[in-house]
Structures are given as C-alpha cells and as structure tokens.
Design a protein around this ligand. Structure first.
Ligand code: HEC
Ligand code: HEC
Length: 268
C-alpha cells in the first residue's frame, strides 16, 4: 500500500504540470444534475438514460467525472475533439450563459450509478484470462523499455479517474470504445489530451496491448477491488451523493452478447 500511495503522490505532484488551470471547472453547481435530467433526451438514445452506452461503441457516461465530461463536451463544441456523431450532437445543446446546459448535463451523468457497478457492461466482448492478466500488468505498472507508463499513475489505482484533473475513469468502460480511442489517439485523430500525453502513450502500444488493457478495464470495479469508492468525493465535493446502487441495470454477470474479437487494426 505504501508503494501504491507513493505512486499516487508522484502522479498528483508530477501530472499537473501538463494541465492548464482552465481544465478544472470546479464542482457542479447545486441542483445541476436534477436540471440535467430534462436535457439528456437526445443523448439517452445512444448513452442510455442510465448512462450506459447502448452498444459497446457508445461510451458509458455513468459516474464519469464531471470535469472530464464537461471538458469533452466543450471540446466537441469547439472542434478540439472531433467525432462524426458527437461533433454534431454537442451542437444540439442550446448555448447558455456560463455553459449552464453543458454543466447540467455533465452533472447528471456524473451522478448516476457508476459504470463500474455494471462491470462488465452488457454486450461486453469476451476476453481470455491471459488477456486480462496482461492488461492488469500494463495498467498498473506499464512496460519498462517500451515507453508505456503505468496508466494507474494518472487514471487511478483502480481506474477510478481523477476528478480535479479531468482525467477520465476507465473502469467499467466498454472495451471496444477504449480500444477505438487508443487507436484515435495514436493516429492523431483525437488530439485533445493535455500535452498530447495520450498520443505519446497510445503510439507506444501495440494492438494486442490495447486489447488487453481494455479487456482488463471493462471488468474492473474500483469499489470492490480497493474499497475506495471513487465517487466518494468527500474531500472536495461534500453534498455530492451517488444514486442508490440498488437502482437499475444489470450487475456483474448480467446479459453478455456473444463473444467476438475486439481487436481493431492499429493505424499509426
Ligand atoms: C447517435 C448516437 C449519439 C448520441 C445521440 C449522442 N452521443 Fe455522445 N457519443 C456517441 C459516440 C459514438 C461517442 C464516441 C465518439 C468518439 O469516437 O470519439 C460519444 C462520445 C460522447 C462523450 C465522450 C465520452 C468519453 O468518455 O470521452 C460524451 C461526454 C458524450 N458523448 C455526451 C453526449 C451528450 C451530452 C449527448 C446529448 C446531447 C450525446 N452524447 C448524444 C454517440 C452519441
Ligand atoms: C500522464 C497521465 C496519463 C497517463 C500515464 C495515462 N493517461 Fe490516459 N488519459 C489521460 C488524460 C488527461 C486523458 C483525457 C484526455 C482528454 O482530455 O480528452 C486520458 C484519456 C484516456 C482515454 C480516453 C477515455 C475516454 O473516455 O475517452 C483512454 C482510453 C486512456 N486514456 C487510456 C490510457 C491507458 C491504457 C494508459 C496506460 C497505458 C493511460 N491512459 C495512461 C492521462 C493519462
């Protein structure tokens, strides 16, 4: 645990250097999540009312951190992040003073029962124990000599993300979506990570490593692995409360689609 804490400390001390102060949006305004519930009708068609993507290509948003969601929505609107679907979708959100609509929507999804409570999400492609084991090594330690750093140093010991630094949670995310993003980072089609940190990392990874780390992440639940409730943001978010874990959705062992390979061709 000591070394884990040390790694966390290093991440907290070292990582901020690549972040602009504009990346931290503070906490969601009071009542924002409730306001957001009325503004996600269009979004729910693909991301689900419960924030679980309707197919593995549609990212889960449930429990994702507020700062990251808000940053991505702003990036889709400004063109800093492009997607044939989301670039248009983000423009359907009516402009509002101080981005109130974006804040409400980000707050809504951030407060849902988190995606990792479903891990693996419905429709998750089957993964072999060997893949998951390799993914765990890459995630926690990186691969020395291959320029692949520990993902955990930034994304959290168990994939819970980092709210103040707008680093996304990856635990319980759809594996095919994660692989697709690594491929987009590597090719430069997605170029909105601070300091292009993810571009450098994704370029160092092979398609097999992408698939392994995604296989590990899709079944990871920080609540049970470490007992660190990532949504227990008591230090800096008193008043935020997670929706009851009893609400909605399939739990572990829920519906899974037939097995198919998630490997995507790597475009460098
Ligand atoms: C037609 C389907 C569709 C609709 C409707 C849709 N999205 Fe998306 N969304 C996607 C897809 C596909 C992606 C992945 C884009 C990519 O590949 O980068 C995505 C990505 C996102 C992301 C980034 C997630 C991450 O982990 O980085 C956010 C945030 C998001 N959508 C929010 C919304 C919101 C808010 C709305 C409603 C205004 C919405 N989406 C409507 C399909 C959709
Ligand atoms: C130095 C910090 C850092 C390290 C180390 C790091 N990441 Fe990231 N990662 C980020 C940040 C910051 C983002 C958000 C980019 C943005 O602002 O859109 C991100 C985004 C991602 C995304 C996109 C998630 C989504 O919802 O769209 C994936 C996938 C990802 N990282 C995987 C990894 C993997 C796998 C590793 C380890 C091999 C790793 N990252 C290591 C900082 C890091």
């Amino acid at each position: 645990m000591k070394s884990a804490l040390a790694a966390l400390l290093v991440a907290v001390l070292v990582v901020p250097s690549v972040y602009g102060k504009d990346d931290y949006h503070g906490l969601p305004p009071a009542g924002a999540a409730a306001q957001g519930a009325a503004k996600i009708t269009v979004c729910a068609a693909c991301h689900g009312v419960n924030g679980i993507g309707v197919t593995p290509a549609h990212p889960n948003l449930a429990g994702q951190n507020y700062n990251y969601l808000l940053k991505e929505l702003e990036n889709f609107r400004s063109g800093a992040r492009t997607s044939s679907i989301m670039s248009g979708m983000a423009m359907t959100i009516p402009p509002s003073p101080a981005n109130a609509n974006l804040r409400d929507i980000a707050a809504y999804f951030s407060k849902l029962r988190p995606m990792w409570a479903y891990a693996p999400a419905p429709g998750a492609p089957a993964a072999s124990p060997d893949e998951i084991a390799l993914g765990k090594v890459i995630y926690e330690r990186g691969i020395a000599g291959e320029d692949i750093p520990s993902c955990a140093a930034c994304h959290g010991l168990a994939g819970e993300g980092n709210e103040p630094m707008a680093i996304p949670a990856l635990a319980g995310q759809h594996a095919p979506y994660l692989v697709a993003q690594l491929v987009r980072f590597a090719s430069g089609k997605r170029s909105n990570s601070p300091g292009h940190v993810m571009h450098t990392i994704a370029r160092a990874m092979t398609a097999a490593q992408d698939t392994a780390v995604a296989a590990y992440l899709q079944q990871l639940n920080p609540d049970t692995t470490l007992g660190i409730g990532p949504k227990d943001f008591t230090e800096y978010a008193s008043g935020l409360e997670r929706k009851s874990a009893a609400e909605g959705g399939t739990g572990p062992g829920g519906v899974r689609a037939s097995a198919h390979a998630a490997a995507a061709p790597k475009v460098h």
